[in-house]
Design a protein around this ligand. Structure first.
Ligand code: NDP
Length: 322
């Protein structure tokens, strides 16, 4: 099998394609031939060491493919089944050994590219809009990096829940994409200070929730965009980690709530994984949710995929095709 691994922590240059022995599944495990692999920002944190993982780094957590073989004690899937996943290390590979209980059976009509594009960012957008801060019809939210992989899906889900969506993006092209995903107002945060803009667009009240996957460049000022008792959901750090925060700041800015969530905690049980993935896949199948695959790279060009993602050159999902 071929796999992309990181030889040490560092930039995209540490990623190399290696020929490894074909793996075999142990008890409770499944061997899958991958058909499409999802690239996610978390992969860059694993590569850089921001989220420490063992070295050599088994890159990638998401994908879709066909079950080749099942190990002992597996009764949820069988050889030939089409499956997808969002939490299996080593997914940048032609073959993946996965715990059977992390696999989601794919409904007919969802191609592997769509599944690999939907699982991680789709379930993230789902828990953010439905659980971290469950949006209501009279809410206004602010979605940063709204043309990103999570961003485009989060805008659409916020609209499905009836909320008003304010969005930030870096370019006019991304602004169009955010509008296409339902954003009511789009702010070019590379040209305009988003804090006064949000104030103007909300008549001085502020938004009920900020969904922030950008981190360092937006987090502190995002607190100034919130209405009294608003919620800051900090779910990532594409621009870098945020500084520590004094809890008194939350008081002085209007009794704010702060959460720093992780998808794993919202797909921890098999029931929750299946129901969250099932809802996302059903919306895709019915056309209620549109996926945008912004770029596809051959598996061997994973380093270029990381450069594009970190260089803010992508919009929507980035895939690797083995
Ligand atoms: P995106 O496709 O959203 O790519 C990141 C985007 O962030 C860029 O396109 C860019 O949009 C924006 N950005 C702003 N500043 C920077 C910067 N300095 N460098 C790079 N990008 C910047 O990625 P994902 O959808 O994969 O992930 C989005 C965020 O969500 C990440 O922080 C990720 O870690 C987080 N995440 C968290 C999860 C969780 O459960 N906690 C699960 C999934 C994702 P623009 O050009 O418009 O500024």
């Amino acid at each position: 099998m071929l796999a992309v691994r990181g030889t040490s922590y560092g930039g995209p240059e540490v990623l190399t394609v290696e020929e490894l022995p074909d793996p075999s599944p142990g008890a409770g495990e499944v061997l899958i031939r991958t058909e499409a692999v999802g690239v996610n920002y978390i992969d860059t944190y694993h590569r850089s060491g921001l989220y420490p993982v063992p070295v050599p780094i088994a890159l990638g957590v998401e994908g879709a493919g066909i079950v080749v073989e099942t190990g002992p004690d597996v009764d949820t899937v069988a050889a030939g089944d089409r499956v997808a996943w969002a939490r299996v290390n080593g997914s940048y590979a032609t073959h993946v050994v996965a715990p059977a209980d992390r696999l989601v059976p794919l409904p007919a009509g969802i191609p592997p590219q769509a599944a690999a594009a939907a699982m991680l960012q789709g379930m993230t957008a789902h828990y953010l809009s439905h659980c971290s801060y469950p949006l209501r019809e009279d809410d206004t939210c602010l979605v940063h990096a709204a043309a990103g992989g999570v961003g485009l899906l989060l805008c659409q889900m916020a609209k499905l829940r009836g909320a008003r969506v304010l969005a930030t993006v870096s370019t006019a092209e991304k602004a169009e994409l955010a509008r296409g995903a339902g954003a009511d107002e789009v702010i070019l945060y590379t040209e305009q200070d988003f804090v006064p803009e949000v104030g103007r667009l909300t008549g001085g009240r502020g938004v009920d929730v900020v969904y922030d996957g950008v981190g360092r460049d937006t987090f502190v000022r995002g607190l100034d965009c919130l209405a009294r008792r608003g919620s800051m959901i900090l779910f990532g750090q594409a621009s870098g980690p945020v500084e520590p925060l004094d809890p008194l700041t939350l008081m002085s800015k209007g009794s704010l709530y702060l959460q720093r969530p992780l998808l794993a905690d919202y797909t921890w049980t098999r029931d929750e994984l299946l129901s969250r993935a099932g809802q996302v896949l059903e919306w895709i199948g019915s056309g209620s949710l549109a996926l945008r695959i912004g770029a596809s790279f051959p598996l061997a060009e994973a380093a270029d995929a990381h450069r594009a993602l970190e260089g803010r050159l992508t919009a929507g999902k980035v895939l690797l095709i083995p």
